[in-house]
Write a protein that binds this ligand. Structure first.
Ligand SMILES: [Zn+2]
Length: 212
């Protein structure tokens, strides 16, 4: 398990003017576009030039995405020689992937949790959280029996659980963002996300049944 800590100094040499540059996408000196360098560990946050936190300013995220999309637009590179257009395309792909991941709370959480803990073990993914097990199996029974009335009662209970779960995410995310023990916070977040996944799946199962 590798904890890839946020690197502040990824100095590279500009391919065009040979100047060392610290900004990732465009050279500090000649402003020519740099290679994305597929396979290196540039994080989604670095691509979007945002601080690496779970709680993010969504307006700022959107703003950064649109600004960079404009700067990387293929039209801007039609008159430039190889390899600039190709580099722009690579950055655009990386930018889109970064934005899609970070704008979604669950994906963003998973991304940072994996960064600190590595990929989730299969066994942990499959385990139903103990405090939800009873409700989960009861819902499954009711679903298979096709009684919608008790399911509707269950739904409001589970909706409450969902609200609590989302409030809990905020607490854990703050713990994670502020440190000092990111590993511990990441472990709590991983359990939390797994639990919420079951709550969500119960809700959508019930939803499908009562609206069909
Ligand atoms: Zn340069």
């Amino acid at each position: 398990m590798v904890v890839a800590l946020h690197s502040q100094s990824k100095k590279i040499k500009c391919w065009k003017c040979s100047q060392e540059t610290t900004s990732l996408i465009f050279c500090d000196r000649c402003h020519s576009i740099q290679d994305y360098r597929v396979g290196t560990s540039i994080s989604h946050y670095e691509v979007l030039n945002l601080p690496e936190t779970l709680i993010i300013d969504e307006n700022k995220l959107r703003h950064q995405f649109y600004e960079l999309s404009k700067k990387l637009h293929p039209d801007r590179f039609v008159n430039e020689n190889h390899p600039a257009p190709q580099y722009a395309l690579r950055w655009t792909t990386a930018l889109n992937r970064a934005y899609q991941t970070l704008k979604n709370r669950e994906e963003r959480t998973q991304y940072l949790v994996e960064k600190y803990l590595g990929a989730s073990p299969q066994a942990a993914k499959a385990a139903i959280p103990t405090d939800l097990a009873e409700a989960y199996f009861e819902v499954q029974d009711l679903l298979s029996e096709g009684h919608t009335e008790p399911l509707l009662k269950f739904r409001s209970e589970i909706e409450n659980q969902m609200e609590e779960s989302q409030a809990r995410w905020n607490e854990l995310a703050q713990m994670f963002d502020q440190g000092p023990n990111k590993i511990q916070a990441a472990e709590s977040l991983r359990k939390h996300e797994n639990r919420e996944k079951y709550i969500r799946s119960m809700l959508s199962d019930i939803e499908r049944k009562v609206t069909s």
